[in-house]
Design a protein around this ligand. Structure first.
Ligand code: GLY
Length: 548
């Protein structure tokens, strides 16, 4: 077995991360311990929350490659500890100029089977995570860009241990072994996937990260890596149209956060093309008069109300949310008190309302990772980063995985002769569920930061984490531990965890079609505790929250 990388040795050595204060003054919560350690190392050198986010993202691409990396995109919310302003960076992967509304339809006019759509060149949007981080770093970085990559480069070059979760996904997504670079990196000579604790070396990724450290995101817009990405997408058996011009023309967009009141707080999240911010604000506004603080997390009234509210927000999501550059999204209308009251009136405490409106056919998947970071100056990052499905499009270039983000578009362009929201179009950003969220108090001080992985389930996960912390005053970790009830305007899903499945009968009696299932989750959160911070990471994944 290869020697453990110095990064891992450092992580093990300081595993508990000694705390000089009762409450940590800076904190990183992310989906892999090595990524958290990389972020803390940057903070300990005086880096800002954005500096740490660069290091965390790079290490996630090494150690949690199934979920995010250089080949993907994301949404980053930045809170300035001095001005209390929030800046939103949209680094969502855009469709190429050659995209068409029917690109996910087969010769028979029906949507391609999901696995074929994912494992294709059609699904690859412009990789934009590095451009996003570069833009945020120019505005809010403190340390030199080139100094943020060393830990991750070392881990990729010298080796890192496969986590239980990476091992499980390598075993599950068997066609990933057909990709030559993946085969050489993550599989043994007999084609068996690496197991938990096996050491993986990804020298190509180390080389790519070194280039990005030296030259920035230009490395992904022009030159050999850009050319190889284009060639791979276009030569796929199900080719896409990605071009060098698409890569060169990509722009990170600064947007306004969508914010709304909830009790004594202001909740701010990601607006379109994400559905997450609006959906969560709608849900909180619908739920506010029901005073969930009177219930306990497993009370059937609270569960029923969360499920019914979720139906309503998912119905609106399907109907209204699109890339605002293509379709105006009526954000104010969707959050207007009179509209919220009309939606709330559809809820009965005695009976489920059932499916609301129509649910256009689409794809549901989960790759994605969420990190939450606070630095000593009180600046914070809430960053959801994604390659979409586990191992994205199953193609690797330069040691990283190309996303399949474009399967977040509606697979069909029309329904009943009408164009549907979120149909694929040239240059468009697909609708997302990613929900990086900040909660502020009346002085605009940061109270908490949260977000999740998990495809469309991100919205319900994040909503329940917020309810846990705000209504039930749970610690960040306790709020993330709560078993999940989810409804995406269909069956009511109960996580097979704790005492939640025991409520299935009562919910069925209210008319819910109940499914008890395993849940992946992927939340991280940091909340104000005393004069410092407390953090949590989803127990359903490998993540941790640590600070000092
Ligand atoms: N690909 C996950 C999301 O954007 O919702």
């Amino acid at each position: 077995m290869r020697r453990l990388s110095a990064a891992l040795a450092f992580a093990l050595l300081v595993g508990g991360v000694g705390r000089a204060h009762a409450e940590p003054q800076q904190m990183v919560a992310a989906a892999h311990p090595l990524a958290v350690q990389a972020g803390l190392e940057v903070l300990s050198r005086g880096g800002s929350a954005v500096d740490a986010a660069v290091a965390v993202q790079m290490m996630l691409g090494v150690a949690e490659p199934q979920a995010s990396g250089i080949g993907g995109g994301g949404f980053l919310l930045y809170y300035d500890g001095t001005s209390h302003a929030i800046t939103v960076y949209d680094g969502r992967e855009a469709a190429p100029a050659g995209a068409t509304p029917t690109m996910f339809l087969g010769a028979d006019g029906k949507p391609l089977p999901f696995r074929q759509a994912v494992a294709s060149g059609i699904s690859v949007g412009v990789p934009s995570a590095v451009a996003l981080l570069e833009t945020a770093h120019k505005e809010h970085g403190r340390l030199p860009w080139s100094s943020l990559f060393a830990t991750s480069i070392e881990a990729a070059r010298n080796g890192f241990p496969v986590s239980a979760r990476l091992a499980a996904w390598l075993d599950t997504v068997k066609p990933f072994a057909d990709e030559p670079s993946a085969r050489a990196t993550y599989y043994n000579a007999d084609r068996s996937p690496k197991k938990e604790g096996d050491i993986v070396v990804n020298a190509a990724l180390a080389d790519t990260m070194q280039l990005i450290a030296d030259k920035g995101s230009a490395v992904l817009r022009e030159g050999p890596i850009a050319e190889e990405m284009v060639a791979r997408v276009r030569s796929h058996i199900r080719p896409g149209t990605l071009s060098l011009a698409d890569l060169a023309n990509y722009k990170v967009i600064r947007r306004e956060a969508v914010c709304g009141p909830y009790r004594v707080w202001t909740v701010c999240g990601m607006g379109p093309p994400s559905s997450g911010g609006i959906a969560i604000l709608q849900a909180l506004a619908i739920l506010e008069p029901f005073k969930l603080s009177d219930d306990k997390p497993n009370d059937v009234r609270a569960l029923h109300l969360i499920a019914e509210t979720s139906r309503l927000i998912f119905a609106d999501r399907a109907h209204y949310i699109d890339d605002p550059a293509f379709t105006p999204v009526p954000v104010e209308k969707l959050l207007a008190p009179a509209y919220i009251a009309r939606r709330r009136a559809l809820i009965s405490l005695d009976k489920s309302m059932g499916v609301q409106g129509s649910v256009p056919p689409g794809y549901v998947e989960h790759g994605t990772s969420h990190m939450t970071i606070v630095d000593r100056q009180g600046n914070a990052v809430s960053f959801t980063t994604t390659i979409e499905a586990p191992f994205g499009s199953l193609m690797m270039v330069g040691g990283f995985i190309l996303n399949n983000e474009l399967t977040d578009f509606s697979a069909v362009a029309e329904r009943d002769g009408q164009p549907v929201a979120n149909r694929p179009e040239p240059g468009k950003r697909p609708r997302s569920s990613m929900s990086p969220t900040f909660v502020l108090n009346r002085n605009r001080d940061l109270v908490l930061s949260v977000g999740s992985a998990g495809g469309q389930r991100i919205i319900g996960d994040t909503l329940q984490a917020l309810i846990g912390m705000l209504d039930w005053n749970l610690s960040a970790q306790a709020a993330l531990d709560v078993p999940r009830i989810l409804n995406m305007n269909g069956p009511t899903e109960l996580e097979e965890k704790g005492d939640l499945p025991a409520q299935a009968g009562r919910l069925r009696a209210l008319g819910h079609e109940v499914q008890v299932r395993r849940h992946e989750g992927g939340l991280t959160a940091i909340r104000r505790e005393g004069d410092g911070w407390g953090g949590g990471a989803d127990p359903r994944r490998d993540g941790v929250a640590k600070g000092d």
